[in-house]
Design a protein around this ligand. Structure first.
Ligand code: NAD
Length: 337
């Protein structure tokens, strides 16, 4: 028995393939003897008036109390009178940064084999403020909000991340030549924070040029920080560089140090319940959660076991061109551990 008390973490298995891939995470964590005790919460089938969504207040309290959690994909039910699940989580937990590590998986051939970058997306404002209206017939307006507070907060997170993860460079991605006020303020905040981190190289790259550089040579980048909409697009572009959404983990960082890791993909209703889903993205998301908890030994062991399994090529799920089931693939990872 271990001398230290287990760490409690919230687990939302989610919908569709969610419970199958969450089971895979639980099994891999048990095998690796990760000192985590899961507090499982499911999306309810009724609206909780306290959250105005199908997420219960108790489940949000669980994340707030534990400070860490893992989230499977959630299918937002269609209908009026409730908030989207992801929006509820983002607002209620103040998840201000979305962090996506993106690195080539050895043995899984894509166009590039040298990708190793991190995108950090501001997640609360920018073009996603939801402030759109019609000015007159035929003319609509959308307000892009950039605040000093949110920009400093995400920039601070990016530089802190770079420093604590042995990264050398932070690139702020922008279009300040056109969006002079909004992106201009974002850049100003990044510069201010950069001054506090003289050991980290800071650069500014215009979004269009950034896209070209990424597809020509992704090795040019290290840590990228950017406003909401650019982050949405660039982070998917980066996922594509390494083989798609089935492989890409992410972690949402909230006020007060909350970390809610999640796979980037959805609930995949077409393959749900068939034991076909690839659990890699959720597993690697769980690894980012372990790193957030400074459990780097466990994180490294699990990450290596996943990468070795994929690289060997004997057990791969259908999305990676193999014929293994979720459970066979998971067992192969556990055997590596
Ligand atoms: P999706 O990501 O669920 O599926 C797109 C395609 O990718 C499907 O063919 C699916 O089979 C495949 N796929 C996705 N994940 C896979 C995995 N782990 N292994 C193997 N194949 C995988 O996207 P969608 O179909 O547009 O959305 C389905 C539902 O998921 C919707 O209700 C949507 O709202 C929800 N969604 C949730 C999130 C989230 O919770 N963060 C994100 C995206 C979509």
């Amino acid at each position: 028995s271990s001398a230290t008390a287990p760490i409690r973490a919230t687990l939302f298995p989610g919908d569709g393939i969610g419970p199958e891939i969450a089971e895979s995470v639980k099994q891999v964590f048990r095998t690796a003897e990760v000192p985590i005790e899961w507090e499982e919460h499911y999306v309810g089938d009724q609206i909780d008036p306290r959250t105005q969504s199908f997420l219960t207040w108790e489940s949000l309290e669980s994340v707030r109390k534990n400070g860490v959690g893992l989230k499977g994909p959630m299918a937002t039910p269609i209908g009026k009178g409730h908030r989207s699940l992801n929006l509820t989580l983002r607002k209620e937990l103040n998840l201000y940064a979305n962090v996506r590590p993106c690195y080539s998986l050895p043995g899984y051939k894509t166009r590039y084999d040298n990708v190793n970058l991190i995108t950090i997306r501001e997640n609360t404002e920018g073009e996603y403020s939801g402030l759109e209206h019609q000015v007159v017939r035929g003319v609509v307006e959308s307000l892009k909000i950039i605040t000093r507070q949110a920009s400093l907060r995400v920039a601070e997170y990016a530089f802190h991340y770079a420093k604590t993860h042995g990264r050398e460079r932070v690139s702020a991605i922008h279009k300040a030549n056109i969006m002079q006020k909004t992106d201009g303020l974002f850049l100003k905040c990044c510069r201010e924070v950069a001054e506090k981190y003289p050991e980290i190289t800071y650069e500014e790259v215009v979004i269009d040029n950034c896209c070209m550089m990424l597809v020509k040579n992704p090795a040019l980048f290290d840590v990228l920080v950017m406003p909401n909409l650019y982050g949405d697009i660039i982070s998917d572009l980066c996922a594509g560089l390494i083989g798609g959404l089935g492989l890409t983990p992410s972690c949402n960082i909230g006020e007060g140090g909350i970390a809610l890791a999640e796979a980037v993909h959805g609930s995949a209703p077409d393959i749900a319940g068939k034991n076909l889903a690839n659990p890699t993205a959720l597993l690697l998301s769980a690894v980012t959660m372990l790193r957030h908890l400074n459990l780097h030994d466990k994180a490294d062991r699990i990450q290596n076991a996943i990468l070795s399994t994929i690289s060997e090529g004997k057990y791969r799920t259908a999305d990676l061109g193999g014929s293994s089931t979720t459970t066979d693939f998971t067992k192969a990872i556990c055997d590596h551990l």
